[in-house]
Ligand binder design. Structure first.
Ligand SMILES: [Zn+2]
Length: 472
């Protein structure tokens, strides 16, 4: 990583194309190149390729997200259900959101009217909050979007679209149980709405309840053809068929599946390595994941079939750790690092109930696998000195919208901030921060309580830490 571009505000989602030496082309987001590997985002999560199989990367080009099911619900390519037209809706939405901001005064006025005029005036208040929620969602502020959508629901508790949108927002936050609660309510008022079944399918898929996901998507398709649902169903059926033929191995904390073509010796090695990493991360984070962690080893063809991504050492974590192992007969240092990175995501995900911001997830996963900031320190401190450092607040949500330079910067900056916190305050403070995030506290306020620093303070100290330790 030589040049790190400056992080501009909300860039459009542009995709790069990774061209492999065998001629295969992969559409990818957030392509990050390091000395020996290439990391990128797909709708199914983060993937890593060894550089040895990559010919070159073509930058840019606007591409629609592929219709593959988002196992990683945070990057779902599905659109929230739209509201049925209500008379005067456009004017209300226009009043609630204009000039690039939510007009809270206008919304408060409608709420006042709802209180005095009663039920006839409640719909406009619901529409206004819904419009505010959609605006916040489009700006990646999931927390506020959820608050507004829930408030909208208090004014129109039987409105299926509002129920489905609250469910959708929970789904985006990987809160599958809450999502299903709202979908059950929506189903009571709109039993034949195909979007209810569509979203329920994704919730079950996120919970790894494959049979129920398949049933919901079939139900949705019976009510209305939908290419997104068809693609999701096809993938779930492929997953299931493939996995049904797999052999199983279990260790204390893992449930491992692998196809007959994978070396049994390798499967044992993977479990042994995972248990070692498990013990290390468990004592670092002082946390034991309550659920056993699913791991799937794929032979190359199976991985390409199921993830539509090329094989060999790439991995992804969509609740289960998926590792392609074609050609490997025993553990390698690279595979071991990949396993530790993905396992860290599982720990942090379970410890924070899916609430950890992306910069903590990726910073910590890189730190655990043994990466440090030495190579990027000079570039990071230059960006900081120029006043262009990215606020950690901007790196909380999904990184899908970042272009590849911005993503390279985001990974490096996330690692640097985590490295600074661990070196200065110790892992115990990271643990305390994660506990507060698990309890629903926003990350910056958790940092303020534990480290007595806000985001700006942490980043300033990170810059000083990099200068002192790496830049001469
Ligand atoms: Zn990662």
């Amino acid at each position: 990583m030589v040049v790190l571009a400056l992080l501009a505000a909300a860039a459009p989602a542009s995709a790069d194309t990774i061209v492999l030496k065998n001629g295969r082309r992969i559409t990818a987001f957030n392509v990050v190149e390091t000395a020996d590997k290439i990391t990128y985002q797909t709708s199914a999560g983060e993937l890593t390729l060894p550089k040895s199989i990559v010919d070159h990367v073509e930058k840019g080009g606007m591409v629609a997200m592929p219709g593959a099911p988002g196992a990683d619900a945070a990057s779902l390519a599905i659109t929230p259900p739209a509201m049925a037209p209500i008379s005067g809706e456009a004017e209300i939405a226009q009043g609630a959101v204009h000039d690039g901001a939510v007009d809270r005064v206008y919304i408060a006025k409608l709420e006042g009217q709802a209180r005095t005029a009663g039920s006839s005036a409640e719909v406009p208040a619901a529409v206004a909050h819904h419009a505010a929620a959609m605006f916040e969602l489009s700006h990646g502020d999931m927390e506020r979007a959820l608050t507004d959508e829930r408030t909208a629901l208090t004014y129109a508790p039987q409105e299926p679209v509002l129920l489905m949108n609250v469910a959708y927002l929970h789904l985006r936050r990987s809160e599958y149980t809450q999502s299903l609660d709202y979908l059950e309510r929506a189903r009571r008022v709109a039993p034949d709405n195909p979007d209810v079944a569509k979203l329920a399918g994704w919730s079950y898929y996120g919970m790894n309840k494959m049979d129920q996901a398949i049933a919901e998507w079939k139900r949705s398709l019976a009510l209305r053809p939908d290419p997104e649902v068809q693609a999701a169903l096809d993938k779930a059926l492929r997953d299931k068929q493939e996995e049904d033929s797999y052999k199983e191995n279990e260790s204390a904390h893992f449930n491992l599946k692998y196809s007959g073509a994978a070396e049994p010796g390798l499967a044992r090695d993977v479990l042994k390595t995972l248990e070692l990493h498990f013990a290390a991360i468990e004592s670092e984070l002082n946390f034991t994941p309550p659920d056993s962690i699913g791991v799937i080893l794929y032979t190359q063809q199976a991985f390409a079939d199921i993830t539509k991504a090329p094989g060999w050492v790439g991995a992804l974590n969509d609740g289960r750790i998926r590792v392609p192992v074609q050609g490997l007969t025993s553990m390698t240092p690279e595979l071991s690092r990949v396993l530790k990175h993905e396992l860290t995501h599982s720990f942090v995900g379970q410890k924070t109930r899916g609430r950890a911001p992306t910069w903590i997830q990726e910073g910590l996963a890189q730190w655990m696998e043994g990466q440090r900031s030495s190579q990027n320190a000079a570039a990071l401190t230059q960006i900081y000195a120029a006043g262009h450092a990215s606020s950690l607040g901007h790196l909380e949500g999904s990184w899908m919208g970042l272009n590849s330079d911005q993503a390279a910067y985001a990974y490096a900056w996330a690692l640097a901030n985590i490295e600074y916190i661990i070196e200065t305050d110790g892992m115990a403070d990271i643990e305390r921060v994660l506990d507060r995030i698990a309890a629903g506290q926003p990350t910056e306020s958790a940092l303020r309580e534990v480290l007595h620093s806000d985001y700006a303070d942490v980043s300033e100290s990170t810059d000083e830490f990099l200068l002192k330790n790496y830049v001469h």
